[in-house]
Design a protein around this ligand. Structure first.
Ligand SMILES: [Zn+2]
Length: 239
C-alpha cells in the first residue's frame, strides 16, 4: 500500500505515551496533513518524568522541560493543541481511569484518523523491547475505540456532559512489526527533523539525530519510489 491510499482526514487525534512519541514515528505524516489544513490534536498520556540519565536532573524539572519541548515540536509540524494527561511516566497500566480518559478524548474530538501505539508489539524487529507504557496506552486506546466509545452505556456520564458516542474507523499504529502502509514524507522530513530537535532533553547530538532520522526515513521508503517514508499498521474498521 502506498501513500496514494492514505486518507485525507478532517480531524486527527494522536494519543501516545510520552512527549516525543508523536514525532519519532509520525511527524512527517502529520506535517503532510497540517499543510493541507487538517486539524491535529496531540494527547500525551504521561508526564515524561523519567526520561533523563542526566545526574542532578529532577523529575519536576524534567516534566516542565518536556512539556515546553513537546509544545515547540508540535508547533513545528503545525499542531497547536497539545493535551497532557499527567499520568506518571513508566507506570502506565490499562485501567478504567485511562480507558475513560481515552473514551472522553475520542467522543470529544471525533477523529477521522486516530494514531496510537501498536500494543501487540512486545519486541520490535527483534532489536528493541517496546516500552511498557506504549503497550498500555495502545491497549487502552484500542479498548476505548472498541467497544467503549461506541456504546452509549459505557461511561454514561459523558452523555450528560453532551458527549455523544463515536465510532473511530481508521487507526494508524506506530512501533509495529506489521506495517501495511507506507507514507511519503519526502516533502516534510526536514520539518520532522526540526520538530525532533525541539526535544532537546531526549535527543543527544542533534547532528547524529538528523543522520539517524534520514537513514530511518530512507529505510522505511525501501521498495517504493519515495526518498523518505513513515510506516504504519493501518487498521480500518467497518462503518
Ligand atoms: Zn515513548
Amino acid at each position: 500500500m502506498s501513500s496514494n491510499n492514505y486518507p485525507s482526514p478532517s480531524r486527527v487525534l494522536v494519543i501516545v505515551a510520552h512527549p516525543d512519541d508523536p514525532e519519532f514515528p509520525a511527524a512527517g505524516t502529520i506535517a503532510n496533513w497540517t499543510a493541507q489544513g487538517v486539524q491535529v490534536t496531540f494527547a500525551i498520556v504521561t508526564d515524561g518524568s523519567k526520561g533523563s540519565p542526566e545526574p542532578g536532573m529532577t523529575s519536576a524539572q524534567l516534566v516542565a522541560m518536556r512539556e515546553v519541548e513537546q509544545r515547540n515540536a508540535a508547533a513545528v509540524v503545525g499542531v497547536t493543541e497539545v493535551l497532557f494527561l499527567g499520568y506518571e511516566d513508566g507506570r502506565v497500566v490499562n485501567n478504567t481511569d485511562l480507558k475513560q480518559d481515552c473514551v472522553r478524548l475520542i467522543r470529544q474530538y471525533r477523529p477521522d484518523v486516530l494514531i496510537t501505539h501498536d500494543p501487540t508489539a512486545r519486541i520490535i524487529g527483534n532489536q528493541r523491547i517496546n516500552h511498557p507504557d506504549h503497550r498500555a496506552v495502545g491497549d487502552a486506546v484500542l479498548d476505548a475505540v472498541f467497544p467503549l466509545a461506541r456504546d452509549r452505556l459505557n461511561f454514561p456520564e459523558h452523555e450528560a456532559e453532551g458527549l455523544e458516542p463515536y465510532k473511530v474507523l481508521d487507526i494508524f499504529l506506530t512501533g509495529t512489526n506489521e506495517p501495511n502502509l507506507t507514507v511519503d514524507i519526502t516533502a516534510t522530513i526536514d520539518k520532522k527533523i526540526a520538530a525532533l530537535k525541539e526535544h532537546k532533553s531526549q535527543i543527544g547530538d542533534p547532528e547524529k539525530l538528523e543522520e539517524r532520522m534520514r537513514e530511518f526515513g530512507a529505510r522505511s521508503a525501501e521498495g517504493t519510489s519515495f526518498h523518505y517514508a513513515e510506516r504504519f499498521r493501518r487498521v480500518q474498521l467497518p462503518g
